[in-house]
Design a protein around this ligand. Sequence first.
Ligand code: NFE
Ligand code: MG
Length: 503
Amino acid sequence: MSKIIKMDPFTRIEGHLSVKVEASGGAVSEAYCSGEMFRGFEAILKGRDPMDAQQITQRICGVCPISHGLASVQAQEDAHSAAPPTNGRLARNLILAANYLMSHITHFYHLSALDFVDITAIAGYKGNDPALAHIREWVKSQIASKDVYPAAPFLPRYNGEYIQDPGLNIVAVKHYLDALELRAVCHKMLAVFGGKVPHSPALVPGGITEKITTDKIIAYESMLRKIYGFIETAYIPDVVEVANYFPGYFTVGKGCGNFLSYGVFHENDEGTERLLQPGVLINGKFAEFKERNITEDVMYSLFSSGSGLPPSRGETNPAPKKQDAYSWLKAPRYGDNVVEVGPLARLMVAYVGGDKKVATLIDAVLGKLNRKAGDLVSVLGRHAARALESKIVAERCFEWLSELEPGKPTFQPFDSNDSSTGVGLTEAPRGALGHWLKIEGGKIENYQCVVPTTWNCSPRDDKGRPGAVEQALVGTPVKDDESPIEAARVVRSFDPCIACAVH
Ligand code: NFE
Ligand code: MG
């Protein structure tokens, strides 16, 4: 007999996600992801000055605002045939990189690690690190209290198997605290060239508004060294520890197995090269990415908009009472395929697409873990991809800093078109992000966003095919109906952001 299990609200993610699974025979047989809120950014943008768009769309999210800002300025640059000068391009990479590093570190330590680490081990801490001693006393007092929600966000939690080694758990708690400080360091790095965080005012079509100075380069670099050190000495080793402790999660949460990346971090001024290349993997085969293959279905989405439309002609007509629809997310599809996006998609595309540097790094980690490339398509593979991507991006930042030329322009003036269209494609920390812009009479006629978590957490499409996370959940073991921790680990491995996804 099957049983319905609801995880609602789904915690330690961003935004309003409800996950419903049907379990039978000790495993998930069906899954449904619902985005529970309408926001309407695409409607808000209509009729506005296009130059408002990079500021308004950054408000879609406080976690990945830079990606929305960049998608927006790139869409406007496409519409006006504009481009940033070298300094502007490099500074944008550094701004985006700082946001990636913040996002990935936050996701592993503050959102996901508590699925694996036994925080209560801190009660037995005997050392004299003041921060850990403080947490120990707090956790002890919270456990002793009669509070319904003691020690949030650490407790309550699902019952399940957690790391049992007290030393490992305590180191993880220490890194959890360190990571809180390093998030702030990443924000400060971002603000060096981005002005402020979140919602950078520096991003404009044609470049950025901040100047490049030697002081700023030195300030960014000194903070980057701290972050890089943490990635090497904590983040990557901690992911390896979790992988060694929970090897079963190399075979849980596989999903559709198809991947999409638009490519990210511009490596030349012509815009033809990316640090992480664009591409698509369908049934394991690499293909060139083609923007025309993107469409969005709405049969099970709470919209009366046309279904199967390309985003350039996309519509946003909310229909909150629509029969059989169960999510405020649309269902984006690539060439009629369900695809996964995100750090794993970026690295898989680079790996299969022949990027030697990425392949060397991945092969080294796979060798250490005694795993094959196929095992990456899993819960642990997604965590590993985020950690490795952090290393790749942070390393490249040192080189971008050295390529900056203080005093040279960061902005290239351009003539704007009163009637035009543009597409801005980038990769947010959580995956492929596109903004589609139509300008008429100098105003925004239509604006459509297709967002990473919209791809991953999409509901069923017009053919009834479940989205990427829904597929990844099927087959996941359910040992305890009251504590579906295995399913929660699968969902969190995608790092969902429903605020972005519903936009
Ligand atoms: Ni709100 Fe976002 C990222 C974007 S995810 S976090 O990364 O775009 O849908
Ligand atoms: Mg949209």
